[in-house]
Ligand binder design. Structure first.
Ligand SMILES: *Cc1c(COP(=O)(O)O)cnc(C)c1O
Length: 358
């Protein structure tokens, strides 16, 4: 606290991201990064973009990110006017909260979901109502049909559970007078995308990121798909905030990543296979593991406290995410790593579960 702070800053409760450990050698399964390196085309494109001695960095980047937006539009079968890009999907989401989800009715989202949503609501003064998830943290679409602005991650975080595209269509139709934002941060690992609904639903905004699906969390590139009036809302905010949210290297690297479909499919298939293996091995140790369509699993052990398990793993150099929040304090969110990382985690869990009762 300082007397120089504005009232806005004094009233904030910032989001706390998962730890990025400063010490090496840890098995890092806490922030849902992709365990595989990105497409080699990314580093090549960034090198080419830099030019000799980085001379291109003298010049500002394209404020519209036209080439990147064209690559996204092509991949989705949409027009460039239906694509917005930002500095990570967190920035795109922040614009969507301020520009679309601040309405005369309270915004609705699940009680167990991405914990950044209430932070943005407080930042922008948006009223919100949380809707309890059902049995097994399943999202009940019928609970969201009352006519209100909505935001949902699909698959949901941190549960990993997804709803079908037809259910997203039902949500858009039932809330046709309000914006519906679907946060598809993990959709590429097996859930159905709502992108094909954009053409027929003027209230739908689909938000994606390259952080997880394309192993580019460090490059900070996210995007949104929606009809031109929704995209224009985000552009108006961007151009009132920062004309150049994506630097030259991010634009070039992201475009190269999106154009390497073969890399994407190989890496996705590996993560999906590792997820099945990890889920099975945790279940064999007695864990309850939710059916995940994301690049993490959400699991709890009936006889071991969630926070204690996370601490015991940390003592063995393994980092997972534990949320000290209502309903989920017994659960761990574990990123799907390489087969070796998963094996290290499972071996540690086997020991901990055998030796440390609750
Ligand atoms: C990781 C994540 C994001 C943010 O991703 P960026 O790295 O900012 O693109 C957004 N929503 C959910 C649900 C996430 O898990």
């Amino acid at each position: 606290m300082s007397r120089f702070w504005s009232a806005i800053v004094a009233g904030l409760s910032p989001y706390v991201p998962g730890e990025q450990p400063k010490i090496g050698g840890l098995v890092k399964l806490n922030t849902n990064e992709n365990p595989y390196p990105p497409s080699p085309a990314v580093a090549q494109a960034i090198g080419a973009e830099l030019g000799t001695n980085g001379q291109t960095l003298r010049l500002y980047p394209d404020p519209q990110s036209a080439a990147l937006r064209a690559a996204i539009a092509e991949r989705e079968g949409l027009a460039s006017e239906q694509v917005f890009v930002g500095n990570g999907s967190d920035e795109v989401l922040a614009f969507a909260f301020q520009g679309l989800l601040a309405q005369s009715r309270p915004l609705r989202f699940p009680d167990v979901t991405y914990s950044f949503y209430p932070t943005w609501c407080r930042l922008y003064g948006i009223d919100f109502e949380t809707v309890p998830l059902g049995e097994g943290f399943a999202l009940r679409v019928d609970d969201y049909t009352g006519g209100a602005p909505l935001i949902l991650p699909n698959p949901n975080a941190p549960t990993g559970r997804a709803i079908a595209r037809a259910e997203v269509a039902r949500l858009c139709a039932a809330n046709a007078d309000w914006p519906v934002v679907i946060d598809e941060a993990y959709v590429e690992f097996g859930a159905e995308t709502a992108a094909p609904l954009v053409a027929s639903h003027p209230n739908l905004l689909v938000v994606r990121t390259l952080s997880k699906s394309h192993a580019l969390a460090g490059l900070r590139v996210g995007y949104a798909l929606g009809q031109p009036p929704l995209v224009e809302a985000l552009v108006r905010l961007k151009d009132s905030f920062n004309s150049y949210p994506l630097d030259r290297l991010a634009q070039a690297g992201a475009e190269a990543a999106l154009r390497d479909q073969a890399w994407f499919e190989r890496s996705r298939d590996a993560v999906v296979a590792n997820r099945a293996q990890l889920s099975g091995e945790l279940a064999a140790l007695g864990f309850e593991v939710l059916p995940s369509l994301a690049n993490f699993v959400f699991a709890r052990h009936p006889a071991h406290d969630g926070a204690a398990l996370a601490r015991a793993l940390r003592e063995r150099g393994i980092v997972v995410r534990h949320f000290a929040s209502p309903r989920i304090e017994q659960w761990l969110r574990i990123t799907v790593g390489t087969p070796q990382q998963c094996a290290t985690l499972v071996a540690a869990m086997r020991e901990i579960v055998a030796t440390r009762p609750r």
